[in-house]
Design a protein around this ligand. Sequence first.
Ligand SMILES: Cc1cc2nc3c(=O)[nH]c(=O)nc-3n(C[C@H](O)[C@H](O)[C@H](O)COP(=O)(O)OP(=O)(O)OC[C@H]3O[C@@H](n4cnc5c(N)ncnc54)[C@H](O)[C@@H]3O)c2cc1C
Ligand code: FES
Length: 272
Amino acid sequence: MFHRTARVLEHVKLAERTFRVRLQCPELAAAIRPGQFVMLRLPNTTDPLLGRPFALYDTVLEDGKPVAFDVVYLVVGKMTGRLVEVAQGESLQVWGPLGKPFLDVGTPDRVALVAGGIGQTPFLAYTRELLGTRGFGGDVSRARTKKVSLYYGVRNANLAAGVDDFLAAGAEVHLASDDGSIGTKGFVTQLLESHGKTEPLVGCGPEPMLHALANLAAKWGVSCQVSLETPMACGVGICFSCVAKVKTEEGDDYKRVCIDGPCFDAAKLVWE
Ligand SMILES: Cc1cc2nc3c(=O)[nH]c(=O)nc-3n(C[C@H](O)[C@H](O)[C@H](O)COP(=O)(O)OP(=O)(O)OC[C@H]3O[C@@H](n4cnc5c(N)ncnc54)[C@H](O)[C@@H]3O)c2cc1C
Ligand code: FES
């Protein structure tokens, strides 16, 4: 794991309350894999004291070598509210890669990525990895599937962030919104279901959406993994603030999302 002071190379608005921050950190950019995350902390302040977790959105290459990485975030509270004010040329404290990459999906013809809210963020790098257009963590690029379909649900059109990035990366994009202002009106899981059974499913987003996805996967009898966005304090397995309840052969148990996840087999989680 690297702990660095990383310079902000770019900081741009993508959608309502949604921003992309690009951080210069070659070692971390070279090591991180899709599904993993970093902790970010503001410079020159202890408020908030704890870092906050953010998924890898993308890596940035120069002459074919990773030099920086992108995080896309939604402003929800104290840290993200202050992060917006950090300008290009300033620095952030960053540590990672943290957590485990997405679980192996084998080599299916198609992979369906299902995102809700800000849950699209882990899927851009993953699209590149699945289609074999970029290697991560020192791996050479190799195609694992022919087609990546992103199902992306938002409250309204103003919150849809990064759709062009996904199209440019080669994903097929299907949009849903609560108010019908973009894509199909309704929940993203309803849109997915209307397209018929598909496997494997990979989800990230609010827990009710992930629960609905897990139920759909069980109904279809298909494999499904979900990336959890559980609030975290340490990010490295020490504080137990991030636990998720899982089924084991000995009964229910708790796993730390920061080190055992954030990606889990949806069938093994206890949904409450
Ligand atoms: C592995 C992982 C990856 C993540 N990736 C991203 C990402 O790529 N982009 C992104 O925008 N966010 C991501 N998140 C969520 C992000 O960490 C939180 O939004 C962030 O910590 C909020 O910090 P804050 O100080 O702004 O808000 P706070 O002041 O800490 O909280 C504001 C409000 O948001 C609620 N809240 C805080 N964290 C969460 C959460 N995880 N889920 C639901 N409610 C929460 C609090 O209960 C509170 O009501 C990720 C979380 C995890 C665990
Ligand atoms: S965040 Fe501390 S154990 Fe997971």
